[in-house]
Design a binder for this molecule. Structure first.
Ligand code: NAD
Length: 418
């Protein structure tokens, strides 16, 4: 499958091969489980504000269809490729299965730099991209959500474009929408809230007191900022945060209220007067109790893993740790890893709640949603920890094993067509 050639796809395949060896999956079943079911590449022509027409590459990959429609985010970033999206779709499959959600994994995106585009350009891009995907998505087919570089507004445009095509409001076609048009209470906060809930569970597990703990967060978007604020609510001191423009460190603890105002004003955490400047490389190796990578893939690698000085690695981002770094972490019992497919699953869980609410046109309170979210996360955390201890395997191997085994079981029961 050379079409997916990309370091992140190779990384996801390598992880899968290790899990397949561990589960002793026969050769006949492996490629069927590993490779995406289908992928669509589209050209997205957009009229820029200066009148020029620029064509962007857009992608959507659906990994497997054995358990229901596919589900996954849409990413707007200059580095988006079909291979990166395929890797993220594969991880979504294992994540949905780990959480027992009736979905296969999907992912999509456009290779563009949303920070260099006006609102009007982003709207035209999103509407045209959605139109190109119109027969590939749908409430019972494939349900997009926000990811890196996209947000509630992006989902509102997608929902509107699809609805115009369908001739009726179809909120269940996307999740992560604004609440006013069928979004779910608590969806915006779900991923970061889940990260901090699980970090708190990990603190209990290793005997760390939240009021004495410190945290460092890489990425201050939807996931990273909510994770930072909700960890602080548990009593954790946030000592450093960063984004694509740089980072800020204050060993006595950052004043998050002032930081929020600084971000609202400057759109970045960089140059925050309440801390000293720090690079993303320095941030990752800053001594702390909880390290939350919440930006991009492949941040913790063989090159820096030995310098990581945390007790808990709470993976808010997808794929932040490479398999080479994992080999080192496997030999470091001092670091408790909450693997990405578990740690950031809060987003897809509340997306699932949003989809269910849209389909039945009956909406729940935020308290109901957060309770249900924590119950599902608790269950998955306990199962993963139990398997990891029982089989003496890493938390990542345990989480992936649970996810892959469930997809395999579904495929086995449904059989091979024809
Ligand atoms: P976002 O666009 O809201 O925020 C991303 C943040 O990362 C921004 O602060 C950006 O400046 C920063 N960033 C980008 N490149 C960086 C770099 N090289 N170094 C440091 N910081 C950098 O995106 P998000 O929704 O918060 O997603 C972040 C990660 O979490 C992604 O890996 C995404 O796949 C994953 N994730 C998101 C959700 C969700 O519900 N949004 C759910 C599960 C997983």
């Amino acid at each position: 499958m050379h079409v997916y050639d990309h370091p992140t796809f190779h990384m996801a395949c390598r992880q899968f091969d290790l899990v397949a060896d561990h589960l002793d999956i026969p050769a006949n079943d492996r490629d069927r489980l590993k490779y995406p079911k289908r992928a669509l590449t589209v050209a997205v022509p957009v009229r820029r504000d200066d009148g020029k027409v620029e064509v962007f590459a857009g992608y959507r990959v659906q990994h497997h269809l054995a358990l229901g429609p596919t589900k996954g985010g849409m990413r707007y970033h200059p580095d988006v490729t079909v291979g990166e999206v395929a890797a993220l779709a594969m991880w979504m499959s294992w994540k949905c299965a780990l959480m027992n959600l009736p979905y296969g994994g999907a992912k999509g995106g456009v290779a563009c730099d949303p920070t260099q585009m006006s609102i009007g350009e982003l709207e035209r891009l999103t509407r045209r991209f959605t139109q190109e995907l119109i027969h590939f998505i749908g409430p019972q087919v494939d349900i997009p959500a926000p990811d890196l570089g996209t947000n509630e507004q992006t989902m509102a445009w997608m929902m509107d474009t699809y609805s115009v095509h369908a001739g009726q409001a179809t909120p269940a076609v996307v999740t992560g929408k604004p609440v006013a048009i069928g979004g779910s209470l608590g969806r915006r906060e779900a991923t970061g809230r889940g990260v901090s809930y699980l970090a708190n569970r990990a603190m209990d597990t290793i005997g760390l007191n939240a009021n004495e703990a410190t945290a460092v967060v890489q990425g201050f978007g939807n996931v990273g900022s909510v994770a930072a604020y909700s960890l602080a609510r548990y009593g954790v001191k946030i000592i450093a945060v960063s984004d694509a423009f740089g980072g800020t460190l204050n060993a006595r603890g950052l004043d998050l209220g002032k930081l929020q105002k600084h971000v609202a004003r400057t759109k970045s955490v960089a140059h925050f007067p309440g801390g000293e400047s720090i690079s993303n490389e320095q941030l990752l190796v800053t001594p702390c109790d909880i390290l939350v990578p919440a930006a991009m893939e492949r941040q913790i690698t063989a090159a820096n893993v030995n310098q990581i000085k945390c007790r808990i690695l709470a993976e808010g981002a997808n794929g932040p740790t490479t398999p080479d770094a994992d080999l080192v972490l496997d030999q470091r019992p001092d670091v408790f890893v909450i693997p990405d497919i578990l740690c950031n699953a809060g987003g897809v869980v509340v997306s699932y709640f949003e989809w269910v609410q849209d389909l039945q046109s009956f909406f729940w309170s935020e308290t109901e949603i957060t309770d249900k979210l924590f119950r599902l996360l608790e269950n998955a955390f306990t199962q993963t920890l139990h398997l990891s201890r029982k089989q003496n395997i890493s938390m990542r191997m345990a989480a992936l094993s649970l996810g892959v085994a469930r997809v395999r079981e579904a495929k086995k029961l449904r059989g091979l067509f024809p």
